[in-house]
Design a protein around this ligand. Structure first.
Ligand code: ADP
Ligand code: MG
Length: 301
């Protein structure tokens, strides 16, 4: 493993957010993603964040009494070590990689605790979905079928951010904020776990802002944010300012729990920093880096 303290001066920083649904590797995806990470790492230091929707849903169905917070911690370890392995396997001289178990502070009064929106686990047909809802699960019909949904409060702060920054100062490649972070509520003495799964896109924008990132890259299983998605007149949004994206958000152009949190996270990051954010396809990560065929969200029009 090569030492990267050859980078003495302060480098640019990037956050690459990888979808839990987009995570199944294979078909050369891991290799092409690794190449994209390698070329981005030449430009600056990177925090990779990742989702855990399908994975945490699977664990939750196997271990019904387990806390979603603890299951999220398990997926951070599992997906983190898997991604580290894939990067090391696919890169000729990988940078040193650190996996940071990350929590995220949420407000126990967040409205999402009474209005679950975050899909986890598999897609089901109508019959199974009805049976599951009779067993007390919140189920929602989405594009593609029915899924269990859980509360997804907004992350307010990331307690491990100073550690992430120290690792970046040493030019390690950091995997953090997995599954949106382990949701915690501070109490008088210590913390309490929250029954929720935070959307990793929101956590990614918080981390990106916190580390002073140059760009937020959201990699998923579609080419970007579409208007009229799945309908007649479907169109990929190429480049758009935050003002325009806010209009589409208000119009309900993006599905709750999938594309909407991505767009909101990008808009947030751009509004707070004046930098750019992109949403693109994980299977063409190198194109996304080159800002080809993806959605680019900018401050101005
Ligand atoms: P990830 O695991 O990457 O977070 P999600 O399933 O949460 O993936 O979000 C990506 C999905 O969002 C796409 O597969 C698509 O089905 C859905 N989606 C909903 N509305 C839109 C839209 N307007 N444009 C693009 N994708 C959309
Ligand atoms: Mg998602």
């Amino acid at each position: 493993m090569q030492s990267h303290n050859i980078y003495s001066r302060k480098r640019a920083r990037y956050v690459v957010s990888i979808g839990g649904n987009a995570l199944e590797y294979g078909k050369g995806k891991a290799a092409s993603l690794a190449r994209a990470i390698e070329s981005l790492y030449k430009r600056g230091d990177i925090v990779i964040t990742h989702g855990n929707g399908p994975q945490v849903g699977k664990l939750a169905s196997e271990e019904q009494s387990a806390s979603l917070a603890i299951l999220t911690a398990q997926t951070q370890a599992e997906i983190g070590i898997f991604m580290k392995g894939k990067l090391e396997e696919n890169l000729p001289s990988p940078p040193e990689i650190a996996i940071v178990i990350t929590s995220a502070v949420v407000n126990p009064g967040d409205p999402s605790f009474s209005n679950p929106t975050k899909p986890i686990g598999k897609f089901y047909g109508k019959k199974v979905a009805r049976a599951m809802s009779q067993h007390g699960y919140a189920m929602r019909k989405l594009i593609g079928g029915y899924r269990r949904v859980v509360p997804s409060p907004i992350p307010l702060s990331i307690p491990e951010l100073p550690l992430v920054k120290r690792l970046l100062d040493s030019h390690l490649l950091v995997i953090a904020g997995g599954g949106g972070g382990i949701p915690i509520v501070p109490i008088r003495r210590g913390i309490k776990f929250a029954e929720a799964v935070i959307d990793k896109d929101r956590t990614s924008s918080l981390i990106a802002e916190g580390i002073g990132a140059q760009m937020l890259l959201v990699l998923t299983n579609v080419d970007g944010a579409y208007l009229n998605y799945g309908k007649k007149g479907e169109r990929l949004i190429g480049r758009a300012g935050v003002h325009e994206m806010n209009t589409y958000l208000r119009n309900g152009s993006f599905e709750e729990g999938s594309m909407k949190p991505k767009v909101e996270a990008c808009v947030n990051f751009v509004e707070h920093t004046g930098k750019i954010a992109v949403i693109g396809n994980i299977s063409r990560a190198e194109d996304v880096l080159a800002l080809r065929r993806c959605t680019i969200i900018t401050e101005g029009p």
